[in-house]
Design a protein around this ligand. Structure first.
Ligand SMILES: O=C(CO)[C@@H](O)[C@H](O)COP(=O)(O)O
Ligand SMILES: [Fe+2]
Length: 221
């Protein structure tokens, strides 16, 4: 693989009845971040996790919390997630009218700011944001659910983003989310991704399989 990749298991695929244990198990298994999918039943047709859950999980691990907000409007939710223990707050530019203002709000809360690009959202959506963002999240499925198939056309977008990030002066993480498994992980890293979200592929097989799942996603046998 091209470079060291970090794996962010999405707890959307965890056993919600044992969520704390699941987060601890993923930490012990070698995960690099914990990805938390926040869905509002409006921007996407699913309803998931609020700041109370993030706050409850926060003492259980020192891994960064990578909070992916599929919410519209989102600005009013950001302070609560920051206070609850989010490290990265990632928003969708099509979910609100003033994404630059949203990014400024995230920075004012002292958190890293990410922008998520849906499969149909072009790289140009970032044109006015490059100076302020810390992460770009390429959605390789349509947002809303775990367990969907990887949309291969997004590999070209990852390549274009890698070229743009490498041409810039600031470090910006390039994360891919949706349908990531051992095979698609390799393609994403070859295209330039340095962070991979994996829900199904991380949690499949139960806790005894987590370490091997993470290792294989990192390209180890
Ligand atoms: O944001 C999302 C879906 O909207 C993701 O984070 C999924 O939760 C990833 O799940 P898998 O596709 O890896 O099962
Ligand atoms: Fe996500």
């Amino acid at each position: 693989m091209r470079q060291k990749v970090r794996i962010a298991p999405s707890i959307l695929s965890a056993d919600f009845a044992r969520l704390g244990d699941e987060v601890r198990a993923m930490d012990a298994a070698g995960a690099d971040l914990i990805h938390i999918d926040v869905m509002d039943g409006h921007y996407v047709p699913n309803l998931t996790i609020g700041p109370g859950v993030v706050r409850a999980l926060r003492p259980l691990t020192r891994l960064p919390f990578d909070v992916h907000l599929m919410c519209s409007p989102v600005d009013g939710l950001l302070p609560a997630f920051a206070e609850a223990g989010a490290d990265i707050l990632t928003v969708h530019p099509d979910a609100g009218p003033h994404t630059h203002r949203t990014v400024q709000l995230i920075k004012s809360l002292g958190r890293k700011a990410g922008i998520a690009l849906n499969p149909a959202t072009p790289v140009a959506a970032l044109d006015h944001l490059w100076d302020d963002i810390d992460l770009v999240l390429v959605m390789s499925v349509n947002p809303g659910f775990g367990g969907q198939a990887f949309i291969a056309s997004q590999l070209d977008k990852i390549r274009a983003l890698r070229a743009r990030i490498d041409a810039g002066e600031r470090p910006i993480d390039l994360e891919v989310d949706g349908g990531v498994n051992v095979e698609t992980a390799q393609a994403c890293v070859a295209a330039g991704a340095d962070m991979l979200v994996a829900g199904t592929a991380s949690f499949t097989g139960g806790p005894d399989a987590y370490a091997s799942n993470i290792a294989r996603l990192k390209g180890r046998p």
